[in-house]
Design a protein around this ligand. Structure first.
Ligand code: C2E
Ligand code: CA
Ligand code: CA
Ligand code: CA
Length: 276
């Protein structure tokens, strides 16, 4: 078994097993990993650009497969989304993230990714409600990251889910903004607290005469006008940081500050300003 690095999963006997069989095996192993508590959450800092203070962390799932090595969430999350497994994974992540965040200062938020499949599951709001209650975390410290794909579902129940989540007091972030089948119409009514500018815009923002910089600036302007926060994701290099900060980016998440860290290393990062 071989793992070709982050996200790149190599099929080790593609001549014998077709991709569907491979996915079935991964799903089975993932189910077992969840039951055996072999999944982990790592936490990537979200940093306020003006003073480099860590204001929160995004929880990102990690899976070290006993034979295949590390399998990336960009591989296993889509597989989990084909069954109810995604809701179990999501419930686990939500609970673990809230428990971990209780060890941090009260000003530090935790962001948890929610799959559109999980979002559309009937019991979803109840699970959030119960997790808030059992962990005792301040709901305002929990941010749920949703992608544009939640709007592909039934619009009445989507609206209702948004309403109930806001009533709980949790924050909502629109992830990967600008990469899906974007429509601005849902920003009109959906109660987001934050927009996350996708890494793909940052990747190309240092190229001369490239539109990415203008798009980043426009997204930040839109977000400001709507009274939302903006986090720019995937900032790796100093010249990218300079450009996005010049365009008004107040929150940054990217390898220039830190990759996602094991839970045990999170407390060291908080308050340390020696990133850049
Ligand atoms: P995402 O939610 O857009 O998460 C950001 C991804 O960008 C993470 O990849 C993060 O490690 C990576 N990243 C952050 N900064 C940089 C940077 O400066 N450079 C580069 N090259 N990458 C950077 P990761 O952890 O592999 O996660 C991939 C995707 O898997 C996530 O994208 C999210 O869609 C999904 N995912 C991860 N954990 C969960 C989870 O608990 N639940 C759900 N539903 N999805 C998850
Ligand atoms: Ca995310
Ligand atoms: Ca993202
Ligand atoms: Ca993404």
């Amino acid at each position: 078994a071989k793992n070709g690095g982050r996200g790149a999963f190599r099929f080790y006997s593609s001549d014998l097993k077709d991709e569907a069989e491979e996915r079935r095996l991964i799903e089975e192993d993932l189910r077992q990993a969840l039951a055996a508590d072999q999944l982990e959450l790592h936490y990537q800092p979200v940093v306020r650009s003006k003073d480099h203070v860590v204001v929160g962390f995004e929880a990102l799932m990690r899976w070290e497969h006993p034979e295949r090595g590390r399998v990336g969430p960009d591989v296993f999350i889509p597989i989990a989304e084909e069954s109810s497994l995604i809701s179990q994974l999501g419930e686990w992540a939500l609970r673990r993230a809230c428990e971990d965040a209780l060890n941090w200062p009260e000003t530090v938020r935790v962001a948890v990714n929610v799959s559109a499949v999980q979002f559309a599951t009937p019991g979803f709001v109840n699970i959030v409600t119960n997790t808030l209650a059992s962990s005792g975390i301040d709901p305002g410290r929990l941010e749920l990251e949703l992608t544009e794909s939640v709007f592909m579902g039934d619009s009445e129940s989507t609206d209702e889910t948004f309403r109930m989540l806001k009533a709980l007091g949790v924050r909502l972030a629109l992830d990967d903004f600008g990469t899906g089948y974007s429509s601005l119409s849902y920003l009109r009514s959906a109660p987001f607290d934050k927009i996350k500018v996708d890494k793909s815009f940052v990747d190309t923002c240092t190229q001369k005469d490239h539109n990415s910089v203008k798009i980043i600036a426009a997204i930040i302007g839109l977000s400001d006008a709507l009274g939302m926060d903006t986090t720019v994701e995937g900032v790796e290099a100093f010249d990218q940081l300079e450009i996005v900060c010049a365009k008004g980016a107040r929150y940054i998440q990217g390898w220039i500050y830190s990759k996602a860290l094991p839970a045990a290393e999170v407390l060291e990062k908080i308050g340390s300003k020696d990133f850049v």
